[in-house]
Design a protein around this ligand. Structure first.
Ligand code: G3H
Length: 255
């Protein structure tokens, strides 16, 4: 704590809390765009946050991405007597294996000595496949678990970085350009005002279901992501933010 005071991080956290009406903000020092260990520190801080809030038999839903992978790396067995169950927030096959929600979910369960359930579905589905899969008993079962989560931990991406990483079509990229998308979370894309401008057809947690989940913890950092982070925070779904100094300072500047 004394170090945080020294670098003025406490003050930045309070400012962000007010700006985006959040319950808690943790800012780790440094900028993860420049230094890889900063992402690991965000991971460590996120795990601390989870362990403070998790209760017996809680379900924890997680998204994909390299930031969430860093959270999984830092997970520990502090909560093992609590028997946590980890589930992916949505299907995510298509991304690199180590960045997929399923992989992260299984890793977290292993590290925390909990259990996990997986969703073996592509990130994006055709309408036919979507309707068929939604009727599958196994899919329905996991979807019900996802919707009963006590905590959801998710990343926020820069819109075009995410669209390219997910091999979006040129039409999709065109739509994102026209709608001036800046951020992405849960397969939804947002503009600077926090309006959702595009959505990938995906099975899993939908934006309007977030209001039923007690703790929505966003973890995202790097000065280059500030606009993306702001676009999603403006939606008002998030109540806890873990970020880094690089993003935090830009967020305050941009306000
Ligand atoms: O949805 C957002 C992305 O999963 C964020 O990915 O943590 O690798 O930047 P990242």
């Amino acid at each position: 704590e004394p170090m945080r005071e020294l670098f003025g991080l406490k003050n930045i956290e309070d400012q962000l809390k007010d700006m985006f009406n959040l319950k808690e903000v943790i800012v780790v020092s440094g900028d993860s765009d420049e230094l890889a260990w900063v992402k690991k520190e965000m991971g460590r801080a996120t795990v601390g946050c989870i362990n403070q809030r998790i209760d017996t038999n809680n379900i924890v839903a997680v998204t994909g991405g390299s930031t969430l992978a860093a959270v999984a790396e830092m997970m520990n067995a502090d909560s093992k007597e609590l028997n946590p169950l980890f589930v992916p927030a949505r299907g995510g096959l298509g991304e690199e294996v180590r960045n997929q929600a399923n992989t992260i979910c299984a890793k977290m369960a292993e590290m925390a000595k909990g259990n996990y359930r997986l969703l073996h579905l592509p990130d994006e589905l055709s309408e036919d496949a979507y309707l068929t899969m939604m009727e599958e008993p196994k899919v329905k079962e996991v979807l019900n678990l996802i919707r009963s989560s006590s905590i959801v931990i998710h990343g926020i991406g820069e819109a075009f970085t995410m669209a390219k990483r997910r091999q979006s079509s040129s039409e999709q990229l065109e739509t994102l350009i026209e709608s001036e998308a800046v951020g992405e979370a849960f397969g939804y894309y947002f503009n600077e005002n926090g309006e959702d401008v595009y959505k990938v057809r995906t099975i899993g947690l939908q934006l309007d279901e977030l209001k039923n989940i007690p703790y929505v913890l966003a973890v995202a950092g790097g000065s280059s992501k500030a606009k993306s982070i702001a676009s999603f925070l403006k939606k008002g779904h998030v109540n806890i933010l873990v970020t880094d100094e690089g993003a935090a300072r830009e967020l305050i500047k941009g306000s």
